[in-house]
Write a protein that binds this ligand. Structure first.
Ligand SMILES: NC(=O)C1=CN([C@@H]2O[C@H](COP(=O)(O)OP(=O)(O)OC[C@H]3O[C@@H](n4cnc5c(N)ncnc54)[C@H](OP(=O)(O)O)[C@@H]3O)[C@@H](O)[C@H]2O)[C@@H](O)CC1
Ligand SMILES: [K+]
Length: 500
């Protein structure tokens, strides 16, 4: 699913009006209806509701919502925050229509016009939407502050008032902190960025049938991976396939005290459809791995405790495997750095690089240029910062991500809520699955195993990254259903992995 910028959203609105065609006021009505349908599923008619409307089209939505809620016998009070002398045409139209059915519309011009808001009430925030062009000030700011102070449940229409759709807010901006955001059709970039969490709440999309042709033809670097997008990437298995059809992966993982990382990664790789798997671990991990993952072949490193790459056991060279996954639990021993130095230039096909392999790269940045094109790197934010530099805000972070992926021609999976899969072309696919339960030891090792398996099976590396991250998050969501986000561990994610 595409994420469009604010100018494109405005143009999409106009395109829909012209090409459906539909009168602007009817499009607003459709949006209001979609909101009210959502609202009715979440709040009963006994709820006391205060609706705050601005003077633009977001306010127009609020007025139409007020009328539709009245028709459904909700108890509402309407407040128009009059911050300017001019209203939008569709605001005025809906204002006239609302006045026909209620006299209960009050105007907020001065602070003492702001009503008291009680704890069992619901506030609908329709003050400012995607047309925000400057920070909230004056009476808008005072109203937003009063709503934020109130103990009520707050639902924002389209986007929280005061939050920019696709540019950074300043830390001093006053922004609604909603419990829910009910947004029209397409996700907004602002919803996916960590610093905005409290200005978004639980966000939901409601479909208002904006014109598909405009969406399909609009260029954008930003995507939001939906279940149907992921399903399209999944390759079907031929009845006559054999284990040779699904590749032979090599995992370089583990060090003394961290053999568990190699075990988790290996299991995830096997659970993600790899044909054959060889794991190279330090000798101290040999018996552990052979016992806990009998499906994998194990090549003990010649070193007891860390990986050096050398082994007394004969075997193919790393370059001869379908792909290599490197990093889980490997530590940063000098011998392991030496291995990385000699290994990287020999590899030709994309690999997966995680954890301490990333930390070794950030301490030896010359090695970045040696990564095979289209390799997948899976840093969490701290690891990515070590690889690049500190960012001032989430938007700058996205720019740094795209520059990095372009410069080194690699795919970067920046892990976190809405993990961002960044391609060498500068596209970013935000993931839609996952939950806070994934923030626990070993989940990254599982992801490395999954991605390694998909590369070994011949998936296009970008598709492997998008699909693998989605499946990993989905398994995490299933694990959270079973165990709860606090009790779940990485092993539960392994057990919940499914590829159908
Ligand atoms: N796109 C779609 O598909 C659909 C969109 N719909 C709805 O339209 C909404 C967008 O409407 P919109 O463009 O009228 O913008 P909105 O935010 O209501 O207000 C803009 C006004 O506020 C002003 N203003 C700006 N910042 C300000 C500030 N800090 N303090 C005070 N004023 C400020 C600004 O002034 P200006 O920048 O022009 O000086 C302008 O006059 C969208 O969020 C959705 O709810 C649906 O109805 C149908 C489908
Ligand atoms: K709003």
């Amino acid at each position: 699913m595409k994420i469009l910028n604010v100018d494109q959203i405005r143009a999409l609105d106009q395109y829909t009006i012209q090409h459906e065609p539909i009168a602007p006021i009817n499009l607003m009505e459709r949006a209001a209806l979609a909101f009210v349908d959502w609202f009715a599923d979440h709040f009963s008619t006994s709820t006391a509701i205060k609706i705050f409307c601005g003077l633009g089209n977001n306010g127009g939505d609020g007025l139409a919502i007020a009328r539709l809620l009245l028709e459904r016998e909700y108890r509402i009070e309407v407040f128009v925050v009059r911050y300017a002398p001019r209203e939008s045409d569709d605001f005025m139209h809906n204002h006239r229509r609302l006045k026909l059915v209620t006299e209960n519309i009050r105007y907020v011009e001065l602070t003492h016009d702001i009503p008291a808001i009680r704890h069992n009430e619901v506030v609908i925030d329709a003050i400012l939407g995607s047309g925000l062009s400057r920070p909230a000030d004056g009476i808008v700011k005072s109203t937003v502050e009063a709503i934020n102070r109130a103990p009520a449940t707050v639902v924002s229409v389209d986007i929280a008032s005061g939050l920019y759709t696709d540019q950074p807010n300043s830390p001093t901006d006053v922004i609604i902190e909603p419990d829910y955001t009910v947004s029209f059709q397409l996700p907004k970039l602002a919803f996916l960025l960590p610093k905005n969490g409290r200005y978004v709440g639980n966000w939901q999309l409601v479909d208002i049938q904006l014109h598909k042709r405009y969406i399909d033809t609009s260029p954008t670097p930003y995507y939001f991976t939906q279940p149907k997008d992921a399903r399209l990437l999944l390759q079907k298995r031929d009845r006559f396939s054999n284990k040779g059809s699904f590749g032979h992966a090599l995992l370089l993982a583990g060090s003394y005290g961290k053999i568990g990382a190699a075990v988790l990664s290996a299991k995830a790789c096997l659970r993600s459809g790899v044909g054959l798997l060889t794991v190279q671990v330090p000798q101290c991990g040999y018996e552990i791995l052979q016992t806990s993952v009998p499906e994998a072949m194990c090549r003990p490193d010649e070193h007891q405790r860390v990986l050096t790459g050398a082994s007394e056991v004969e075997g193919p060279e790393p370059v001869d495997y379908s792909t290599v996954g490197i990093g889980p639990g490997i530590g940063k021993a000098p011998e392991t750095l030496t291995m990385l130095r000699s290994l990287l230039p020999t590899l030709k096909k994309p690999i997966v690089v995680d954890a301490d392999a990333l930390n070794l790269l950030s301490e030896n940045r010359d090695l970045l240029a040696k990564l095979p094109i289209n390799s997948i790197l899976t840093p969490h934010p701290k690891e990515f910062e070590r690889l690049t530099k500190k960012w001032e805000n989430d938007y700058q972070k996205l720019d740094i991500l795209r520059e990095f992926a372009k410069k080194y021609k690699v795919i970067v999976v920046l892990k976190g809520a809405y993990s961002a899969v960044t391609t060498p072309d500068g596209d970013i696919h935000f993931n839609s699955t996952g939950n806070p339960g994934l923030s626990t030891g070993g989940t990254g090792d599982v992801l490395t195993g999954i991605l390694t398996a998909l590369l070994a099976q011949g998936y296009d590396p970008i598709e492997a990254a998008v699909l693998g991250v989605f499946a990993h998050g989905l398994a995490g969501d299933r694990a959270a259903e079973q165990r709860g986000p606090i009790g779940m561990v990485a092993t539960d994610i392994l057990d919940s992995l499914r590829w159908d």
